[in-house]
Design a protein around this ligand. Sequence first.
Ligand code: NAP
Length: 245
Amino acid sequence: MVQGKVALVTGTSRGIGRSIALALAAQGAKIVAAGVSLEATENLVAEIKASGAEAVAVQCNVSSATEVEQLVKVAKETFGRIDILVNNAGITRDGLLLRMKDKDWDAVLDINLKGAFLCTRAVAKLMTKQRSGRIINISSVVGQMGNAGQANYCASKAGLIGLTRSNARELAKRNITVNAVAPGFISTAMTDALPEDKQQELAAQIPLARLGSVDDIAYTVLFLASDQAGYITGQVIGVNGGMYM
Ligand code: NAP
């Protein structure tokens, strides 16, 4: 499905991004793992290499245009091309609207939305020349539904959907597909630390009555990244247990 393809994944130090990188590598993709914490990113790359796949770790803050250009340069120098871009890096700085600080608004928009724009712009230059590519943006169910206390995060994730659709239209003639995956509540270290009754409260909002796993997201990304998904573009794939339909 993705054998021999070069995949650049942002935010791979843990959680969903880590799982996406491992799933792509397990299917034979070469991984460019980008993240702020170099040590964690290098640990992931060591794990991928130990499994027999190729990978390189690059320290990169996705909200910096200079660092993103450098990231893409390293990817090109190492593997010669980029076939798959997964814009996964993301943060939250939650707070009620009336108390939300400018810096919390800016940080979330800069990393979650501008970061995806910067990475896409830099990678699309290569993909356009290659006349092929897969771009997958990790949005969120709350970008579709809204969520009290997350105006900045929801705006960034809704913005990613607009970015996905615009880029899908613009890049289609170059045989580049652009899609978004919108995870629901996914079980991560953060949600695992919640008390049992809080976890049950979350699960009660979900028709499938459980939180999703990082692998649920990784396998969806794997499919969208594959040659077999070539007729899907501009779509938002909800992976949310039916929480939003
Ligand atoms: P996470 O565990 O907090 O991991 C976020 C990743 O993004 C980390 O690897 C982090 O790297 C990286 N990152 C943060 N700021 C960055 C920057 N400026 N430049 C580059 N990388 C940066 O989050 P997650 O739960 O796996 O979520 C991954 C994505 O899925 C996010 O976009 C999130 O919004 C989305 N999502 C998650 C859920 C969920 O329930 N977990 C639901 C819907 C959507 P460092 O460790 O180096 O800081």
